[in-house]
Design a binder for this molecule. Structure first.
Ligand SMILES: [Zn+2]
Length: 237
């Protein structure tokens, strides 16, 4: 499958979906496109004197390194961090990314989350997934033959969100943590803003979702139950 994962910020896919992507990678035969809407330029709370362009550049490098770790690619729309808008341009940009990747499966943030960037990105993804197959919407690449299934990732810390599907990531958990540590700037940023870092987060939330389904570590998902995004069969590893 061609798997497209969409996040608002450079570490969103990593927090709630990366173990699952590593499992797909181990299966072999899949392609990975990691898509981020914002440029991440507000992500230097550990040193607010850092120029926006500087932290954006650092985060691009970190997210690119993780995508390369999956054998995939990273693309960024570059909207202003914390001010993401659902615009015609944003929809068309995501539509074209889905078309270029020939997406068979899409992950996106849930419609309810702690940050409006996440919620707006969820909305952009929800529309773009369907419109990518609409033949009267024109972008650089040809429409998809069929609307791909859309799976929502977990909300940050799992608040106000109940997954319906779980992926056992116990066997790839160390690899998830190894890749997530590549986000050096965000390891420091989340420590400053939340008192935890990305690895601690993955341990706590992974174990929390794991205990719900009888494994050590899990990631939780919920398919978007809206026509024509629903497909027969299970797409999760
Ligand atoms: Zn985020």
């Amino acid at each position: 499958m061609n798997i497209v994962s969409i996040g608002a910020h450079q570490d969103d896919i990593e927090l709630n979906c990366l173990g699952t992507l590593v499992k797909y990678q181990q299966q072999g035969g899949h392609t990975f496109t990691n898509v981020v809407i914002s440029n991440g330029d507000k992500g230097a709370q550990y040193d607010p004197r850092t120029p926006y362009a500087e932290i954006a550049r650092i985060r691009e490098g970190e997210a690119t390194a993780v995508a390369h770790g999956l054998g995939g690619r990273y693309v960024c729309m570059g909207q202003s961090d914390e001010y993401i808008r659902d615009t015609d341009e944003a929809r068309n940009w995501v539509i074209d990314v889905l078309r270029e990747a020939k997406a068979d499966l899409v992950f996106a943030p849930p419609p309810v989350d702690y940050n409006t960037d996440h919620m707006v990105t969820s909305q952009i993804a929800f529309h773009a997934v369907m419109l990518a197959a609409v033949k009267t919407i024109f972008t650089a690449h040809d429409p998809l033959p069929k609307t791909p299934p859309l799976y929502y990732m977990d909300a940050v810390t799992g608040l106000e969100w109940q997954p319906t599907h779980y992926v056992d990531i116990t066997g790839v958990f160390e690899r998830k943590c190894e890749l997530i540590r590549l986000h050096k700037s965000q390891m420091a940023n989340m420590q400053t803003s939340g008192g935890w870092d990305l690895v601690k987060y993955s341990q706590v939330v992974g174990a929390f979702r794991g205990i719900q389904c009888g494994v050590e570590y899990a990631e939780g998902f919920k398919p978007a139950l809206a026509w024509p995004r629903v497909h027969a069969g299970n797409f999760l590893p």
